[in-house]
Design a protein around this ligand. Structure first.
Ligand code: ATP
Ligand code: MG
Ligand code: ZN
Length: 172
């Protein structure tokens, strides 16, 4: 028996994932933030630099392996809008017999678009990315997660929680 646990947020850019985990990540949990990893790996320091995304993910996976092997808790602060990405996290956790908790953060699309629109749209001269995500990308992420909602319970999560929505949680 192990207490190793992997939490992963599931929500589009601007949904409030980072805000949530800063307030509510369990005490002692190690946070894997792709934004922070990308910033650390980018010559320009940009968290939005997608050119270093694959390496940022690999770094997060390495961190996760060491935390779960020691029976700890890891919180992935990621959009997880693609099924294959969610499956990768669930598969990784299963190698350590870790519990998996999906945290769905899906405010209405207009709310998410408005939050994203408040972000700086200046493109970095080095990597070419801005902190604001293109609106079409936010819409695509929101659509993909909305379409996945009825199937999330079949993906293998031990627990799914629906956060920050006005509708009553289906788990209650
Ligand atoms: N519950 C909330 N109520 C009001 N505003 C919020 C709430 N949660 C987040 N915000 C605001 O929305 C914006 C986006 O939040 P946040 O940075 O946490 O999103 P994110 O999901 O981490 O986005 P990304 O995937 O791009 O990193 C921020 O300006 C934040 O202050
Ligand atoms: Mg964030
Ligand atoms: Zn940059």
């Amino acid at each position: 028996m192990t207490s190793a646990t992997l939490y992963a947020t599931i929500g589009p850019a601007g949904a409030g994932k980072t805000t949530w985990r800063r307030r509510h990540a369990p005490t002692g949990a190690v946070v894997v933030s792709l934004d922070e990893n990308r910033a650390a790996l980018s010559p320009c320091g940009c968290s939005a630099n997608q050119a270093v995304n694959a390496v940022a993910v690999e770094r997060g996976i390495a961190t996760t392996r060491s935390v779960l092997a020691a029976g700890g808790t890891v919180v992935w602060d990621v959009t997880s809008y693609l099924r294959r990405f969610r499956e990768r996290l669930i598969g990784l956790a299963s190698e350590y017999r870790a519990r998996t908790v999906g945290l769905v953060i899906l405010p209405p699309l207009p709310t998410v678009l408005a939050r994203n629109a408040r972000r700086d749209n200046t493109r970095c001269r080095v990597c070419g990315y801005a902190r604001r995500v293109p609106e079409q990308t936010v819409r695509a992420m929101h659509d993909a997660i909305t379409a996945a909602l009825p199937h999330l319970h079949t993906e293998g999560w031990h627990d799914l929680r629906f956060l920050g929505q006005s509708a009553p949680s289906p788990l209650r």
